[in-house]
Design a protein around this ligand. Structure first.
Ligand SMILES: Cc1cc2nc3c(=O)[nH]c(=O)nc-3n(C[C@H](O)[C@H](O)[C@H](O)COP(=O)(O)OP(=O)(O)OC[C@H]3O[C@@H](n4cnc5c(N)ncnc54)[C@H](O)[C@@H]3O)c2cc1C
Length: 305
């Protein structure tokens, strides 16, 4: 796009944009402090919700619950608790769901989860457990009128085998009651927009919110991408080339890459974003600022809602 071209992202009203932030439950006191500092920094941007992940195999069951409950008690934010089917019976998962309802949580991100043997091994459902995400969603809905978000994969989940099967699964999740999908992170916006076209052509009309990850650590992100089937474009690798021992420049590059991606999506009509914060506020805050979001405006918008 030439510099003189009209770019809607330069003029979009932040009041038209919606953002949500994802955190993971902290493992120790130091991480807990970092998390809460980040929550406090990002809260004034009035996100639609903030979500808290569930460790592989349910390993963070208590910590996820504790983090979500603290968000309910100490902030005005709307939390969404991630939940998987892995390594638990239906009764155990239902107990977690009921505990969330009792704690005032009304939004769950429902996932099948990774195989117990790790990514790349075959998935088998737990004996007496939920078979997969559509069954989990139905179970959640039977317990309470939760809002349910689910995952979506612009580059297809590695186990799907084909984009058609992948989108078929998304449809099953919507039919079971999901009203929002959040995508795996991606770096090539064309991939996401092509996926969106295919999802809409399949008759799926829920929001498919792009998941944006500011690359705090390129090596780690590339490793994670390799396991989850997300591609790392050559140009992205080049941008972080030679910065292994230069955290300050890395941070600037990470913010500029994420901002460029989000602004391009706004230029192409996207108005809702989910940020994988990695429990750090600074990059996400900077990108939101570039999107025109300001704490005062967010407060006014929250009051008017
Ligand atoms: C936004 C988001 C949030 C996430 N949060 C968490 C989290 O908090 N904790 C966590 O542990 N993980 C999380 N994950 C990762 C997720 O658990 C893994 O990607 C997991 O492998 C699939 O779970 P799902 O709900 O996405 O699967 P689904 O959407 O149910 O399925 C994914 C694909 O796998 C195929 N598939 C499903 N079941 C089978 C089967 N039995 N055999 C063959 N193919 C099958 C389907 O074709 C489907 O398209 C998250 C992912 C995303 C995108």
């Amino acid at each position: 796009m030439s510099s003189s071209a009209y770019r809607p992202s330069r003029y979009v009203s932040a009041s038209r944009l919606k953002v949500s932030f994802e955190f993971f439950p902290p493992k120790n006191e130091e991480m807990e402090q970092t998390l809460w500092e980040s929550v406090e920094r990002l809260a004034p941007l009035n996100p639609s919700f903030v979500s808290v992940t569930y460790g592989a195999g349910g390993s963070t069951r208590e910590r996820t619950h504790a983090t979500v409950s603290r968000i309910v008690k100490e902030t005005a934010l709307k939390p969404a608790a991630h939940l998987t089917c892995v390594a638990a019976t239906k009764d155990q998962v239902n107990e977690v769901i009921r505990d969330y309802w009792a704690a005032g949580v009304r939004h769950i991100v429902a996932l099948r989860g990774d195989p117990v043997g790790g990514v790349g091994t075959a998935y088998t459902s737990h004996p007496g457990g939920y078979e997969g995400s559509p069954e989990l969603i139905a179970g959640i809905k039977a317990i309470g009128d939760f809002e349910v978000s689910v995952s979506a994969y612009p580059e297809m989940h590695p186990e799907s085998g084909s984009v058609e099967r992948d989108i078929e699964m998304l449809k099953r999740k919507v039919d079971a009651g999901a009203t929002r999908a959040i995508t795996q992170f991606f770096f090539d916006n064309d991939l996401y927009l092509r996926y969106l076209d295919r999802v809409r052509a399949a008759g799926i009309n829920i929001p498919i919110v792009p998941g944006i990850v500011p690359v705090q650590n390129f090596k780690q992100t590339a490793g994670f991408a390799a396991r989850t089937g997300a591609s790392i474009p050559d140009w992205l690798a080049k941008r972080f080339e030679g910065l292994e021992n230069d955290p300050a420049t890395r941070k600037l590059i990470a913010a500029s890459v994420a901002a460029e991606q989000a602004l391009d999506l706004v230029d192409r009509g996207i108005t809702e974003f989910h940020f994988y914060t990695m429990n750090r506020a600074d990059l996400v805050y900077a990108v939101c600022h570039l999107l025109g979001m300001r704490p005062e405006a967010a407060a006014a918008k929250a009051e008017a809602a």
